[in-house]
Design a protein around this ligand. Structure first.
Ligand code: KIV
Length: 268
């Protein structure tokens, strides 16, 4: 029996405001869980905020497996949603199911996320039929935004309502609404039975998700809707400046004091 929170438990949070945060490694996933955030998204945003690419398009399945496994190792109970990156699910149901299984088996994913509404419904249905829970993602679709689907705020009411209903009917347990106009996001949230998780979609969604590095001030190109709650890049730079200064001035390391315990030099 898994000790982790299951997709059904998240689906039952419909109507409650719950936080979701991205994390891509063990230490930050541990911080999220310690902060009481029990839904973690290993998003393919890792391509930009961790790997230094300029979009999510270059992210490979192997990147997702490695970072998902790290986030899982850093947590005990959290539900860990892992993105299927571009090119790993669009071509066929078989490809989508095989790669979702890879994220579960090797990455330890509790569920997978993929982008698309009506057009992705068949893939969602196939993965759910393979007993893997799916979180959908509609509105702005970062994987294909630069290929034409666009980064602007989404207001196409009829299409987005159809997308939301299609992914819910296909069996998704939740759906991310990215950059959907606030009133429309609230209407979608009213209309469908599964929780919506908003990012740049206003306060009318059930859950909210933000990218960790935007929240912590570790990514210089955060979008305007993200709120920065800390300035860790500055804190880290200050700490490293202090360390470098002490090494240069012979202040670190201090002389060993007589009688100090001598370890092996390695962490146990
Ligand atoms: O990759 C990601 O981090 C995401 C969020 C922006 C929802 O998909």
């Amino acid at each position: 029996m898994s000790r982790r929170i299951g997709a059904a438990e998240i689906a039952s949070r419909k109507g409650t405001a719950f936080p979701v945060i991205t994390a891509y490694d063990a230490p930050f996933a541990r911080c999220a869980e310690a902060a009481g955030i029990d839904v973690i998204l290993v998003g393919d945003s890792l391509g930009m905020v961790v790997l230094g690419y300029d979009s999510t398009a270059q992210v490979e399945l192997a990147d997702m497996v490695r970072h998902a496994a790290a986030a899982v190792r850093g947590t005990q109970r959290a539900h860990v949603i892992v993105d299927l990156p571009l090119g790993t699910y669009e071509a066929s149901d078989e490809l989508a199911v095989a790669n979702a299984i890879e994220l579960v088996k090797r990455g330890g994913a509790s569920s997978v996320k993929l982008e698309g509404g009506e057009t992705a419904a068949a893939r969602i249905r196939a993965i759910v039929r393979a007993a893997i829970p799916v979180c959908a993602h509609i509105g702005v679709l970062p994987q294909t935004a630069s290929l034409g689907s666009g980064f602007r705020l989404k207001r196409e009411r009829e299409q987005l309502l159809r997308d939301a209903e299609a992914v819910a009917d296909a069996g998704a347990f939740a759906v991310v609404l990215e950059m959907v106009e606030d009133a429309l996001a609230a209407e979608i949230t009213e209309r469908i039975a599964i929780p919506t998780i908003g990012i740049g979609a206003g306060p009318g969604c059930d859950g909210q998700v933000l990218v960790l590095h935007d929240v912590l001030g570790l990514y210089p190109d955060a979008p305007p809707f993200a709120k920065q709650y800390a300035s860790l890049a500055e804190t880290a730079t200050e700490a490293l400046r202090a360390y470098a200064g002490e090494v240069r001035s012979h202040g670190f390391p201090p002389p060993r004091t007589r009688g100090a315990r001598e370890g092996t030099g390695y962490r146990a």
